[in-house]
Ligand binder design. Structure first.
Ligand SMILES: NC(=O)C1=CN([C@@H]2O[C@H](COP(=O)(O)OP(=O)(O)OC[C@H]3O[C@@H](n4cnc5c(N)ncnc54)[C@H](OP(=O)(O)O)[C@@H]3O)[C@@H](O)[C@H]2O)C=CC1
Ligand SMILES: O=C(O)C1=N[C@H](C(=O)O)C[C@H](O)C1
Length: 278
Protein backbone atom coordinates (compact mmCIF):
# COMPACT_ATOMS: atom_id res chain seq x y z
CA UNK A 1 0.00 0.00 0.00
CA UNK A 2 1.23 3.52 -0.78
CA UNK A 3 0.31 6.66 1.16
CA UNK A 4 -0.44 8.58 -2.02
CA UNK A 5 -3.54 10.78 -1.96
CA UNK A 6 -6.37 9.34 -4.06
CA UNK A 7 -6.79 10.55 -7.65
CA UNK A 8 -9.64 13.09 -7.92
CA UNK A 9 -12.13 11.91 -10.55
CA UNK A 10 -14.97 13.80 -12.23
CA UNK A 11 -17.56 11.76 -14.13
CA UNK A 12 -19.18 13.57 -17.05
CA UNK A 13 -22.47 12.02 -18.13
CA UNK A 14 -22.88 10.70 -14.56
CA UNK A 15 -26.65 10.18 -14.90
CA UNK A 16 -26.33 8.12 -18.10
CA UNK A 17 -26.13 4.35 -18.56
CA UNK A 18 -22.31 4.27 -18.57
CA UNK A 19 -21.85 7.22 -16.21
CA UNK A 20 -23.76 5.44 -13.42
CA UNK A 21 -21.53 2.35 -13.77
CA UNK A 22 -18.43 4.56 -13.62
CA UNK A 23 -19.70 6.36 -10.50
CA UNK A 24 -20.13 2.97 -8.78
CA UNK A 25 -16.72 1.67 -9.90
CA UNK A 26 -14.86 4.84 -8.86
CA UNK A 27 -16.66 4.98 -5.51
CA UNK A 28 -15.54 1.41 -4.77
CA UNK A 29 -11.87 1.97 -5.72
CA UNK A 30 -9.79 2.98 -2.66
CA UNK A 31 -7.18 4.86 -4.73
CA UNK A 32 -9.79 7.04 -6.48
CA UNK A 33 -11.94 9.86 -5.12
CA UNK A 34 -15.15 10.87 -6.89
CA UNK A 35 -15.13 14.66 -6.58
CA UNK A 36 -17.64 15.69 -9.22
CA UNK A 37 -20.59 14.33 -11.20
CA UNK A 38 -21.63 16.31 -14.27
CA UNK A 39 -24.71 15.68 -16.38
CA UNK A 40 -26.91 17.90 -18.54
CA UNK A 41 -30.02 15.82 -17.91
CA UNK A 42 -32.56 18.22 -16.34
CA UNK A 43 -34.34 15.32 -14.68
CA UNK A 44 -31.38 14.46 -12.46
CA UNK A 45 -29.93 17.84 -11.38
CA UNK A 46 -28.89 17.94 -7.68
CA UNK A 47 -29.58 14.22 -7.12
CA UNK A 48 -26.84 12.31 -5.30
CA UNK A 49 -24.66 10.56 -7.90
CA UNK A 50 -24.19 7.49 -5.70
CA UNK A 51 -27.89 6.98 -4.99
CA UNK A 52 -28.67 7.48 -8.67
CA UNK A 53 -26.07 4.82 -9.49
CA UNK A 54 -27.81 2.39 -7.12
CA UNK A 55 -25.39 2.56 -4.17
CA UNK A 56 -27.03 2.02 -0.79
CA UNK A 57 -25.33 5.06 0.80
CA UNK A 58 -25.22 8.58 -0.68
CA UNK A 59 -21.79 9.77 -1.85
CA UNK A 60 -22.60 13.42 -1.07
CA UNK A 61 -21.67 14.24 -4.68
CA UNK A 62 -24.59 15.97 -6.36
CA UNK A 63 -25.21 15.87 -10.12
CA UNK A 64 -24.57 19.32 -11.60
CA UNK A 65 -24.34 20.79 -15.10
CA UNK A 66 -21.52 23.19 -14.11
CA UNK A 67 -18.56 21.68 -16.00
CA UNK A 68 -16.17 24.67 -16.10
CA UNK A 69 -16.49 25.60 -12.39
CA UNK A 70 -15.92 21.93 -11.52
CA UNK A 71 -12.79 21.76 -13.72
CA UNK A 72 -11.52 24.97 -12.10
CA UNK A 73 -12.19 23.65 -8.59
CA UNK A 74 -10.33 20.37 -9.20
CA UNK A 75 -7.46 22.13 -11.01
CA UNK A 76 -7.05 24.49 -8.05
CA UNK A 77 -6.58 21.68 -5.49
CA UNK A 78 -2.79 21.53 -5.12
CA UNK A 79 -2.88 18.94 -2.30
CA UNK A 80 -4.13 16.10 -4.56
CA UNK A 81 -2.67 14.46 -7.67
CA UNK A 82 -3.85 15.97 -10.98
CA UNK A 83 -7.53 15.32 -11.66
CA UNK A 84 -9.06 13.00 -14.24
CA UNK A 85 -12.39 13.46 -16.02
CA UNK A 86 -14.16 10.41 -17.43
CA UNK A 87 -16.48 11.33 -20.32
CA UNK A 88 -19.49 9.24 -21.33
CA UNK A 89 -21.75 11.97 -22.72
CA UNK A 90 -22.76 12.54 -26.33
CA UNK A 91 -20.97 12.72 -29.71
CA UNK A 92 -22.07 16.39 -30.07
CA UNK A 93 -20.41 17.59 -26.86
CA UNK A 94 -17.39 15.35 -26.32
CA UNK A 95 -14.94 17.41 -28.43
CA UNK A 96 -15.61 20.62 -26.44
CA UNK A 97 -15.55 18.69 -23.15
CA UNK A 98 -12.07 17.30 -23.89
CA UNK A 99 -10.67 20.68 -24.94
CA UNK A 100 -12.01 22.35 -21.79
CA UNK A 101 -10.55 19.64 -19.55
CA UNK A 102 -7.10 19.83 -21.17
CA UNK A 103 -7.16 23.62 -20.90
CA UNK A 104 -7.55 23.20 -17.11
CA UNK A 105 -4.87 20.48 -16.91
CA UNK A 106 -7.47 17.82 -16.08
CA UNK A 107 -6.73 14.50 -17.85
CA UNK A 108 -9.59 13.19 -20.01
CA UNK A 109 -10.46 9.49 -20.18
CA UNK A 110 -12.97 9.38 -23.01
CA UNK A 111 -15.42 6.62 -23.82
CA UNK A 112 -17.83 8.74 -25.80
CA UNK A 113 -17.76 7.77 -29.47
CA UNK A 114 -18.53 9.76 -32.62
CA UNK A 115 -15.39 11.96 -32.81
CA UNK A 116 -14.21 12.47 -36.41
CA UNK A 117 -10.57 11.66 -37.36
CA UNK A 118 -9.99 15.43 -37.79
CA UNK A 119 -11.31 16.14 -34.28
CA UNK A 120 -9.09 13.41 -32.81
CA UNK A 121 -6.04 14.84 -34.61
CA UNK A 122 -6.87 18.33 -33.40
CA UNK A 123 -7.23 17.08 -29.81
CA UNK A 124 -3.93 15.18 -30.11
CA UNK A 125 -2.19 18.42 -31.17
CA UNK A 126 -3.84 20.30 -28.29
CA UNK A 127 -2.85 17.63 -25.72
CA UNK A 128 0.72 17.58 -27.09
CA UNK A 129 1.07 21.35 -26.75
CA UNK A 130 -0.24 21.19 -23.19
CA UNK A 131 1.89 18.09 -22.40
CA UNK A 132 -1.27 16.62 -20.93
CA UNK A 133 -2.31 12.98 -21.09
CA UNK A 134 -5.60 12.08 -22.74
CA UNK A 135 -7.03 8.65 -23.46
CA UNK A 136 -9.69 8.07 -26.11
CA UNK A 137 -10.94 4.49 -25.90
CA UNK A 138 -13.70 3.42 -28.30
CA UNK A 139 -14.21 0.20 -26.33
CA UNK A 140 -13.11 -0.50 -22.75
CA UNK A 141 -13.81 -4.26 -22.74
CA UNK A 142 -10.91 -6.71 -22.83
CA UNK A 143 -12.98 -9.06 -24.98
CA UNK A 144 -13.15 -6.51 -27.77
CA UNK A 145 -9.37 -5.97 -27.70
CA UNK A 146 -8.93 -9.75 -28.04
CA UNK A 147 -11.44 -9.88 -30.90
CA UNK A 148 -9.57 -7.10 -32.71
CA UNK A 149 -6.24 -8.87 -32.25
CA UNK A 150 -7.72 -12.11 -33.59
CA UNK A 151 -9.12 -10.16 -36.55
CA UNK A 152 -5.69 -8.68 -37.28
CA UNK A 153 -4.19 -12.18 -37.21
CA UNK A 154 -6.91 -13.57 -39.51
CA UNK A 155 -6.65 -10.73 -42.00
CA UNK A 156 -3.23 -12.00 -43.07
CA UNK A 157 -4.97 -15.03 -44.58
CA UNK A 158 -8.36 -13.64 -45.71
CA UNK A 159 -8.98 -10.97 -48.37
CA UNK A 160 -12.71 -10.63 -47.74
CA UNK A 161 -14.18 -9.27 -44.51
CA UNK A 162 -17.27 -7.39 -43.36
CA UNK A 163 -18.27 -6.05 -39.92
CA UNK A 164 -21.71 -6.18 -38.33
CA UNK A 165 -22.25 -4.16 -35.14
CA UNK A 166 -25.45 -4.51 -33.14
CA UNK A 167 -26.52 -2.09 -30.38
CA UNK A 168 -29.46 -0.96 -28.26
CA UNK A 169 -31.73 1.52 -30.00
CA UNK A 170 -30.82 4.47 -27.73
CA UNK A 171 -27.42 4.77 -29.45
CA UNK A 172 -26.87 8.18 -31.08
CA UNK A 173 -24.04 7.38 -33.50
CA UNK A 174 -23.65 4.85 -36.31
CA UNK A 175 -21.56 3.01 -37.09
CA UNK A 176 -20.20 2.35 -33.60
CA UNK A 177 -16.82 3.76 -32.61
CA UNK A 178 -15.63 0.20 -32.08
CA UNK A 179 -16.54 -0.89 -35.62
CA UNK A 180 -14.74 2.14 -37.07
CA UNK A 181 -11.66 1.38 -34.94
CA UNK A 182 -11.76 -2.31 -35.96
CA UNK A 183 -11.77 -1.35 -39.65
CA UNK A 184 -8.91 1.09 -39.03
CA UNK A 185 -6.84 -1.59 -37.30
CA UNK A 186 -7.33 -3.94 -40.27
CA UNK A 187 -6.62 -1.06 -42.67
CA UNK A 188 -3.31 -0.28 -40.96
CA UNK A 189 -1.98 -3.57 -42.37
CA UNK A 190 -1.91 -1.87 -45.78
CA UNK A 191 -3.92 -4.58 -47.47
CA UNK A 192 -6.77 -4.03 -49.94
CA UNK A 193 -9.81 -5.96 -48.76
CA UNK A 194 -12.87 -7.06 -50.70
CA UNK A 195 -11.80 -6.81 -54.36
CA UNK A 196 -15.05 -6.38 -56.33
CA UNK A 197 -16.00 -9.46 -58.35
CA UNK A 198 -19.21 -8.12 -59.92
CA UNK A 199 -20.75 -4.69 -60.45
CA UNK A 200 -23.28 -4.32 -57.62
CA UNK A 201 -26.53 -2.33 -57.64
CA UNK A 202 -28.22 -1.37 -54.38
CA UNK A 203 -31.98 -1.57 -54.94
CA UNK A 204 -32.40 -0.03 -51.48
CA UNK A 205 -29.77 2.59 -50.51
CA UNK A 206 -27.54 1.32 -47.71
CA UNK A 207 -28.37 -2.36 -48.28
CA UNK A 208 -24.66 -3.19 -48.43
CA UNK A 209 -23.79 -1.06 -45.40
CA UNK A 210 -21.30 1.80 -45.31
CA UNK A 211 -17.75 1.49 -46.64
CA UNK A 212 -14.97 2.52 -44.28
CA UNK A 213 -11.76 3.97 -45.79
CA UNK A 214 -10.18 0.54 -45.72
CA UNK A 215 -12.79 -0.85 -48.13
CA UNK A 216 -14.42 -2.76 -45.28
CA UNK A 217 -18.22 -2.66 -45.11
CA UNK A 218 -19.84 -1.94 -41.75
CA UNK A 219 -23.50 -2.83 -41.09
CA UNK A 220 -25.31 -1.31 -38.08
CA UNK A 221 -28.27 -2.94 -36.33
CA UNK A 222 -30.28 -1.05 -33.65
CA UNK A 223 -32.84 -2.94 -31.55
CA UNK A 224 -34.23 -2.88 -28.01
CA UNK A 225 -32.96 -5.94 -26.15
CA UNK A 226 -29.41 -5.53 -27.44
CA UNK A 227 -26.57 -3.93 -25.45
CA UNK A 228 -23.39 -3.99 -27.58
CA UNK A 229 -22.28 -6.74 -29.97
CA UNK A 230 -19.91 -7.05 -32.92
CA UNK A 231 -19.15 -9.66 -35.54
CA UNK A 232 -16.17 -9.62 -37.87
CA UNK A 233 -16.86 -12.11 -40.65
CA UNK A 234 -14.06 -13.34 -42.90
CA UNK A 235 -14.88 -15.28 -46.05
CA UNK A 236 -12.82 -17.34 -48.47
CA UNK A 237 -13.59 -20.14 -50.93
CA UNK A 238 -15.52 -22.77 -49.02
CA UNK A 239 -15.14 -21.26 -45.55
CA UNK A 240 -16.37 -18.57 -43.18
CA UNK A 241 -14.48 -17.48 -40.07
CA UNK A 242 -16.61 -15.46 -37.62
CA UNK A 243 -15.35 -13.54 -34.59
CA UNK A 244 -18.07 -12.31 -32.24
CA UNK A 245 -18.12 -10.33 -29.01
CA UNK A 246 -21.27 -9.92 -26.87
CA UNK A 247 -21.82 -7.54 -23.99
CA UNK A 248 -24.39 -8.63 -21.41
CA UNK A 249 -23.67 -6.02 -18.72
CA UNK A 250 -21.97 -2.61 -18.85
CA UNK A 251 -19.86 -3.73 -15.87
CA UNK A 252 -17.59 -5.34 -18.50
CA UNK A 253 -16.17 -1.90 -19.33
CA UNK A 254 -15.20 -0.98 -15.75
CA UNK A 255 -11.80 -2.73 -15.40
CA UNK A 256 -10.71 -0.88 -18.56
CA UNK A 257 -12.07 2.45 -17.30
CA UNK A 258 -10.27 2.12 -13.94
CA UNK A 259 -7.03 1.12 -15.67
CA UNK A 260 -7.30 4.15 -17.96
CA UNK A 261 -7.86 6.53 -15.01
CA UNK A 262 -4.70 5.21 -13.36
CA UNK A 263 -2.62 5.24 -16.57
CA UNK A 264 -3.59 8.64 -17.98
CA UNK A 265 -1.71 10.51 -15.25
CA UNK A 266 1.65 9.26 -16.54
CA UNK A 267 0.93 10.29 -20.15
CA UNK A 268 1.93 13.56 -21.81
CA UNK A 269 -0.04 13.18 -25.04
CA UNK A 270 -3.19 11.66 -26.51
CA UNK A 271 -3.37 7.87 -26.82
CA UNK A 272 -6.15 6.13 -28.78
CA UNK A 273 -7.26 2.58 -27.97
CA UNK A 274 -7.23 0.33 -24.88
CA UNK A 275 -4.70 -2.03 -26.47
CA UNK A 276 -2.02 0.69 -26.14
CA UNK A 277 -2.20 0.73 -22.32
CA UNK A 278 -2.68 -2.94 -21.49
N1 LIG B 1 -15.93 3.32 -24.94
C1 LIG B 1 -16.77 2.39 -24.47
O1 LIG B 1 -16.35 1.29 -24.03
C2 LIG B 1 -18.22 2.69 -24.44
C3 LIG B 1 -18.65 3.84 -25.01
N2 LIG B 1 -19.96 4.19 -24.95
C4 LIG B 1 -20.28 5.51 -25.48
O2 LIG B 1 -20.50 6.39 -24.37
C5 LIG B 1 -21.44 7.39 -24.74
C6 LIG B 1 -22.55 7.43 -23.70
O3 LIG B 1 -23.25 6.23 -23.73
P1 LIG B 1 -24.47 5.92 -22.72
O4 LIG B 1 -24.02 6.04 -21.31
O5 LIG B 1 -25.05 4.66 -23.20
O6 LIG B 1 -25.45 7.15 -23.07
P2 LIG B 1 -26.59 7.78 -22.15
O7 LIG B 1 -27.45 8.58 -23.07
O8 LIG B 1 -27.22 6.74 -21.30
O9 LIG B 1 -25.79 8.77 -21.18
C7 LIG B 1 -25.25 9.99 -21.57
C8 LIG B 1 -25.55 11.01 -20.46
O10 LIG B 1 -24.84 12.21 -20.75
C9 LIG B 1 -25.75 13.31 -20.67
N3 LIG B 1 -25.23 14.37 -21.54
C10 LIG B 1 -25.50 14.61 -22.84
N4 LIG B 1 -24.79 15.67 -23.27
C11 LIG B 1 -24.07 16.10 -22.20
C12 LIG B 1 -23.14 17.15 -22.01
N5 LIG B 1 -22.82 18.00 -22.98
N6 LIG B 1 -22.59 17.30 -20.80
C13 LIG B 1 -22.92 16.47 -19.76
N7 LIG B 1 -23.81 15.47 -19.88
C14 LIG B 1 -24.36 15.29 -21.09
C15 LIG B 1 -27.07 12.73 -21.09
O11 LIG B 1 -28.14 13.56 -20.67
P3 LIG B 1 -29.52 13.51 -21.54
O12 LIG B 1 -30.03 12.13 -21.38
O13 LIG B 1 -30.38 14.56 -20.91
O14 LIG B 1 -29.10 13.82 -22.94
C16 LIG B 1 -27.04 11.37 -20.39
O15 LIG B 1 -27.45 11.47 -19.04
C17 LIG B 1 -21.89 7.04 -26.16
O16 LIG B 1 -21.12 7.78 -27.08
C18 LIG B 1 -21.55 5.57 -26.29
O17 LIG B 1 -21.31 5.19 -27.62
C19 LIG B 1 -20.89 3.38 -24.37
C20 LIG B 1 -20.51 2.19 -23.83
C21 LIG B 1 -19.14 1.74 -23.81
O1 LIG C 1 -23.25 3.06 -27.30
C1 LIG C 1 -22.83 1.99 -26.80
O2 LIG C 1 -23.54 1.29 -26.06
C2 LIG C 1 -21.46 1.57 -27.08
N1 LIG C 1 -20.68 2.38 -27.73
C3 LIG C 1 -19.33 2.17 -28.06
C4 LIG C 1 -19.14 2.20 -29.57
O3 LIG C 1 -19.76 3.03 -30.25
O4 LIG C 1 -18.33 1.43 -30.08
C5 LIG C 1 -18.74 0.96 -27.39
C6 LIG C 1 -19.68 -0.18 -27.24
O5 LIG C 1 -19.91 -0.74 -28.48
C7 LIG C 1 -20.98 0.27 -26.58
Amino acid sequence: MTNQAPIPVIVNGAAGKMGREVVKAVAQAPDLNLVGAIDYSLEHQDKDAGELAGLSEPLEVPITNQLEPMLGYVAGDRQSPPGVIVDFTHPDSVYDNIRSAIAYGIRPVVGTTGLSPEQIQDLADFADKASTGCLIIPNFSIGMVLLQQAAIAASKYFDHVEIIELHHNQKADAPSGTAIQTAQLLGELGKTFNPALVEETEKLAGARGSIADEGIRIHSVRLPGLIAHQEVIFGAAGQIYTLRHDTSDRACYMPGVLLAIRKVLALKSLVYGLEKIL
